[in-house]
Design a protein around this ligand. Structure first.
Ligand code: ZN
Ligand code: ZN
Length: 194
């Protein structure tokens, strides 16, 4: 039997969502979901400072409180809805060890892997699409998507076609990468969120 679930959610900590974890869990209950995963954005470990990417990821100092609160909610909602502790973590070449350490030292039920940073600029930063060569950006984006899967760090790809939001269809490129190298583990093309 199919299980109704949502494993990709954010809250006030990352700065591009609002509300508390409980708000989302209550909404999931209202929708009749059987499982709900909290998966806020992991801190930006590859930049200095406590909160180097406000509006994008949680501050480094928020991580412990996030995990603690989610674990408490797993217990509080037991018997009503299955709450899972997840995290959305960046894949950034050269910083894999920082993210691996975080994933290994917290009791996450799953990890969403995301490529947000391409040539050092966020994929959702709209002005880049006016100035950069889009073909180059796409190719690098998908190279990193494939590398993120091969890293073995993640259970799920959060938004493997995220750059679709910026206008150009790219399913052909993704399919090429998937069928050549990743027949089983690619996410569903066209499904995305930040
Ligand atoms: Zn994301
Ligand atoms: Zn997200």
């Amino acid at each position: 039997m199919a299980i109704r679930f949502d494993y990709h959610s954010h809250n006030w900590r990352c700065g591009h969502a609002a509300g508390e974890l409980t708000d989302y869990i209550e909404a999931a209950k209202l929708l009749g979901l059987e499982e709900f995963g909290v998966s806020d954005h992991a801190p930006t470990f590859f930049k200095d400072g406590d909160d180097p990417a406000p509006g994008t990821t949680m501050a480094k100092s928020e991580l412990a409180g996030y995990v603690e609160e989610a674990l408490a909610l797993k217990e509080r909602y037991a018997g009503q809805i299955t709450v899972k502790l997840g995290i959305e973590a960046d894949f950034v070449e050269g910083s894999e060890d920082d993210y691996r350490r975080m994933l290994d030292t917290h009791p996450f039920d799953y990890a969403l892997g995301s490529v947000h940073w391409v040539f050092g600029v966020n994929i959702f930063h709209r002005p880049r699409w006016e100035t950069d060569d889009p073909e180059q950006t796409y190719r690098e984006y998908y190279r990193l998507i494939v590398a993120s899967v091969r890293s073995g760090m993640f259970d799920i790809l959060a938004h493997p076609t995220a750059e679709n939001r910026m206008g150009r269809p790219s399913v052909r490129l993704l399919r090429t990468n998937c069928t050549r190298r990743l027949p089983k583990r690619c996410g569903r093309p066209g499904w995305w969120s930040r």
